[in-house]
Design a protein around this ligand. Structure first.
Ligand code: G4P
Length: 524
């Protein structure tokens, strides 16, 4: 098959939601349609629940699951669909942000009763920054919830999205009758816990009197609401969706397998095929013959006897081939991969080739960092995988003097994986760990001990924010560095970082040194 054909067969996306909205359930139903799994319950939730924060076995178990469910590929109607999983727990938000750089579109799941929740807001914001096409699935219609118009209003306001419903719910909760599919003008009747694939009843004109036969007195309400909706929401156009200007909305119940097939059928018709990516040097098109890709996630091996890790590479362009040498831009040398892994549902298998939109897992003994680019030789640096300025900080101290080498290596590798960020105080040489969630500190301590045999202790540090600093005014930068020397650190790339101990300190520094730029993401 030609490269262009392979590209046109692929759809790579993520499902995002606030925890408990139904992401895992929806993923599972989608896999059932693809025949990738046979029974419900096969997809284990990849969420690290709040209650599990001090349960190490639980975290280890969850990490195992999260490798298995990192990427779930399946075939549906001759298409290759890759679902990239994202951790629901907010302490792992950075992981999710990075995963979003590797997809071409997203499905946002919203609980009909809870509406737009904080984590949904954060994640959609990241999608909006890149104009990622979004489909919204409003879930749990079998339960009482918010009125459809109110909910769509809330989505428009809180998520700053323009929406257009492609299906419309007929009542809800115990009176839920089904949905009218505006996209293919047909009626889908709800039956709880149905095990077969529903067929729609064609209804090109909802004013036909037979409608009453199917949904009784709700027919009048449906007609009225659809009439109103037609006036309020724009007509759906695929191009508007692809440019991120408009988001189609579906209603259903993932648990009852209702509305899922329509979602999937619409998705495969409208969702984008793999799109290119911006490198610092130029835009790269997926149909270019030369292979290129970037690492967006690194996962440590769970087996303590094998110290290797899996680097997840999103293929941007060309054909990736097993055992062919590829150029690792940051290291400046060629690497070959004898066991590249593809992920189909929950199985991993070695692949001989892969195409744009695919994710391959490369076994790695420590060569990769998040954001690394691989090519056939061209100097390209893919953009868009920034680290954000962390929010929580601690000094990390060696608790076992005999193991300082192990500690240094462990910290280096764990931070390459993106678990946290590591800074070194310029004046003191003390190591500072910065994270976006409290859970990471415990994960690091645990993993240092179990994977590297090193123990560490944390000490508090009064720190509000870190900012990378740059300036074209060399004299001002030098002056700043001299005066603030005790508030300076290096990151792992030896770049200068300002340690602001309070919002006030940051503000005054910004005012006093107008030629210095303070960056809160690592890409500047
Ligand atoms: P998440 O991955 O977004 O965190 O959500 P998940 O799919 O785990 O779903 C969260 C809870 O909501 C689960 O119940 C799940 O069964 C339920 N759920 C999902 N879709 C629907 C739906 O359409 N209708 C109803 N009524 N419930 C739904 P749980 O009790 O927390 O877990 P479980 O014991 O059922 O797994």
């Amino acid at each position: 098959m030609s490269l262009k054909k392979e590209i046109s067969r692929r759809r790579t996306f993520a499902i995002i939601s606030h925890p408990d909205a139904g992401k895992t359930t929806l993923t599972e139903k989608l896999l059932l349609y693809g025949g990738a799994i046979q029974v419900a319950g096969a997809v284990k939730s990849n969420k690290i629940r709040k209650t599990a924060t001090s349960d190490w076995m639980e975290i280890e178990r969850q990490r195992g699951i999260s490798v298995a469910t990192s990427v779930m590929g399946f075939e549906y109607r001759d298409l290759m669909i890759n679902i990239l999983d994202t951790p629901g727990h907010q302490d792992f938000a950075e992981d999710t942000f990075r995963t979003l750089t590797a997809v071409d579109s997203v499905i946002v799941v919203i609980d009909v009763a809870k509406g737009v929740e904080p984590q949904t807001e954060k994640l959609v914001k990241v999608c909006r920054m890149r104009n990622t096409p979004i489909i919204v699935f409003i879930n749990k219609l079998d339960r009482p919830g918010k009125d459809a118009f109110d909910l769509l209003d809330e989505i428009e306001q809180k998520l700053n999205l323009k929406v257009t419903p492609l299906s419309w719910p007929i009542n809800m909760g115990q009176f839920f009758k089904g949905v009218y599919n505006i996209f293919d003008r047909s009626l889908y009747l709800f039956e709880p816990s149905k095990q077969y694939i529903e067929e729609g009843i064609s209804f090109s004109d909802i004013n036909q009197p037979e409608l009453k036969k199917y949904i009784g007195d709700d027919a009048d309400m449906l007609r009225e609401e659809l009439h109103l909706a037609e006036g309020v929401y724009p007509t759906f156009a695929v191009d508007d969706y692809l440019s991120g200007a408009i988001c189609p909305v579906f209603f259903g119940s993932a648990l009852n397998n209702f509305g899922v097939k329509e979602l999937l059928d619409c998705f495969i018709r409208i969702a984008p095929t793999p799109i290119g990516r911006e490198a610092e040097e130029r835009h790269v098109d997926p149909a270019e013959e030369a292979f290129s890709g970037f690492v967006f996630k690194i996962h440590a091996n769970m087996d303590p006897n094998h110290r290797d890790r899996i680097a997840f590479v999103r293929i941007v362009s060309g054909r990736f081939e097993r055992n062919k040498p590829y150029y690792h831009i940051r290291l400046g040398r060629n690497l070959k991969f004898s066991n590249p892994t593809a992920f189909m549902a929950q199985k991993k298998s070695v692949v001989d080739e892969a195409f744009p939109g695919d994710i391959v897992g490369l076994y790695d003994a420590g060569n990769f960092k998040i954001g690394d680019t691989l090519t056939e030789g061209e100097m390209l640096h893919y953009k868009g995988i920034p680290s954000f300025s962390p929010e929580l900080f601690r000094y990390v101290e060696n608790a076992d003097p005999m193991k300082s080498k192990q500690l240094a290596k462990g910290l280096e590798q764990l931070t390459d994986e993106g678990v946290a960020q590591l800074f070194t105080g310029r004046a003191t040489g003390r190591k500072i760990i910065g994270t976006v969630g409290a859970l990471q500190f415990e994960v690091i301590q645990h993993r240092l001990l179990h994977e590297y045999g090193a123990s560490c202790r944390y000490e508090p540090i009064q720190l509000y924010k870190t900012a990378w600093i740059t300036s074209s005014n060399k004299a001002m930068l030098e002056d700043f560095k001299m005066r603030k020397s005790s508030f300076l650190a290096y990151d792992k790339e030896k770049r200068d970082v300002f340690l602001a101990d309070s919002p006030y300190a940051l503000q005054t520094a910004q005012e006093k040194y107008p030629d210095i730029r303070f960056h809160f993401t690592s890409e500047f």
